[in-house]
Design a binder for this molecule. Structure first.
Ligand code: IMP
Length: 475
């Protein structure tokens, strides 16, 4: 008998959702389908405006960066936990856009007063010094660095939202000192006064959204409300266990939901993870399964990633030629163009790689993933238009002449590791209109079975197209 999918969330419990690769897995599309509609609170626990989430609200598309994805559900609340860093001006403009599009957020969105503020000097440092990592330029790293630095002699480095609101005049002087110091270091001429005024105005606007009680979320959950923690930036970009320094600066693992989301681990129910069948990475750093290897990495970082944007590649290339060229870098460009793989936050071209089962297994294991969802399954059909003998899947690596079945733990080893590729039978059918498991071709069901065996986690659903409803629930 066919199992009926029933996703549930128990009262007083939490579910954590994370991306299992390098970000941009299409997490929100999946969360929107599988997070139970009766979820009371959607909470963010890490990062800031570096994330980019495409939300479909009826006919409207809203791209959010820092605001949790709760607002299309009429009875849900949103919470930005203390693990996040807040760019007040950016959050405010998101709030305005969401409000204009029909979703007023007053008394629905709550922000922890303990969130570290992204100060103007953080953005300057990031934009001047973040090129090698390939950051989004939002000041995320410098803000987390100052959070750890706390105070340096008389200079207050970490300024939190609540502290600023309660002592604005004193805090503003610290923001000024930090800004002037960095302008001096980089030799930047800047209208400091206007910048400080704008910063102050933006922070003050958030006052009505602050949840002053630091046990805000805990109180709600203890009273029986349930919460979904919406991971941002994905687990392979974790500040500590990712490929340092090519990572973001927050903890992105599922377990960070509890420190950054201000709830006790006691309430954890389960973790769900989202991957995609053709992997992508934006920014620099090792990417073992990248089509075209270092050539692709170098190409994608020209002009800080600003050169080969969507419109430029569209004018430069013919997709058919790229697919047939027999060159893996060309194939990567073709898959990027066909899959629309350009950054939602920065518009940069995303580097494209093969499905990596070694990494996916480790991501699932280290995050305790119980339900796996895989997006972009339909894109696998593109390989049948290429000269490859099948769908390339990485099942092991070769490191310094030795075959290994684990992810190396240093960044230099990650760069040296080579993918061991197995080819799975091509999928030729167009599956974008399929909605039921029984309508999926046998080749796909077999392929999913192979993934489950290799990864050790059941695949609960697959994405078969970019739209929200283009999704097949398997369990
Ligand atoms: P930062 O988070 O802006 O400091 O950027 C550090 C690295 O993480 C860069 O390679 C970014 O491209 C990457 N990154 C940060 N957030 C995301 C995301 O939401 N999706 C994909 N990549 C991200």
């Amino acid at each position: 008998m066919k199992k009926i999918f029933k996703s549930t969330i128990k009262p007083g419990k939490s579910i954590v959702g994370v991306g299992l690769q390098y970000g941009d897995e299409g997490k929100i599309k999946i969360f929107d389908q599988v997070v139970p509609k009766n979820t009371d609170i959607w909470a963010r626990f890490n990062g800031g405006s570096n994330a980019g989430h495409n939300l479909q609200c009826g006919n409207l598309e809203i791209i959010t960066h820092a605001v949790p994805s709760f607002f299309p559900q009429p009875n849900s609340l949103g919470y930005i936990g203390s693990g996040c860093v807040v760019n007040a001006a950016k959050i405010w403009s998101e709030i305005e856009e969401i409000t204009v599009k029909g979703f007023p957020l007053q008394r629905r969105l709550f922000i922890s007063p303990k969130c570290t503020l992204i100060q103007p000097h953080h953005v300057l440092i990031d934009q001047n010094g973040g090129k090698e990592v390939g950051t989004t330029g939002n000041g995320i790293g410098p803000a987390y660095a100052d959070q750890a630095q706390r105070q340096l002699e008389e200079k207050l480095k970490n300024i939190r939202l609540g502290d600023y609101l309660k002592e604005s005049e004193r805090m503003k002087e610290h923001v000024r000192a930090n800004l002037e110091e960095v302008c001096g270091q980089y030799g930047l001429a800047m209208d400091t006064e206007t910048c400080l005024e704008q910063f102050d105005e933006a922070v003050q606007r958030l006052a009505g959204y602050v949840a002053w009680d630091s046990l805000f979320l805990l109180d709600l959950v203890e009273a029986g409300k349930n919460v979904f923690f919406e991971g941002a930036n994905s687990v392979l970009l974790d500040a500590v266990v990712g490929d340092v320094p090519y990572v973001t600066s927050s903890r992105t693992l599922a377990v960070a939901a509890y420190t950054g989301g201000d709830l006790s681990v006691d309430f954890h129910n389960k973790t769900i993870g989202v991957a995609k069948a053709i992997v992508s990475r934006v920014g620099n750093g090792p990417f073992i399964t990248e089509l075209g290897g270092r050539e692709s990495e170098e190409y994608c970082k020209v002009d800080g990633g600003k050169k080969y944007v969507k419109e430029v590649e569209k004018k430069m290339y013919n997709v058919k030629d790229l697919l047939h060229s027999g060159n893996l870098h060309d194939l990567g460009i073709a898959l990027r163009m066909l899959g629309g793989e350009y950054g939602a936050t920065t518009c940069r071209p995303r580097r494209i790689g093969m499905l990596d089962l070694v990494m996916l297994r480790e991501s699932c294991r280290s995050n305790g993933v119980k339900e796996l969802y895989i997006n972009k399954f339909d894109c696998l059909t593109q390989f049948s238009r290429s000269s490859l003998p099948g769908i390339p899947v990485v099942t092991a690596y070769e490191l310094d002449g030795k075959k290994i079945d684990y992810v190396p733990s240093t960044t230099s080893e990650m760069y040296r590791a080579k993918p061991v590729i197995e080819y799975f039978p091509h999928i030729k059918e167009d599956i974008s209109s399929v909605r039921r498991t029984e309508d999926l071709p046998e080749t796909i069901m077999k392929f999913i079975g192979e993934i489950e065996n290799a990864v050790g986690v059941p695949v609960y659903g697959i994405g078969v197209g970019p739209r929200r409803e283009e999704f097949v629930r398997l369990k």
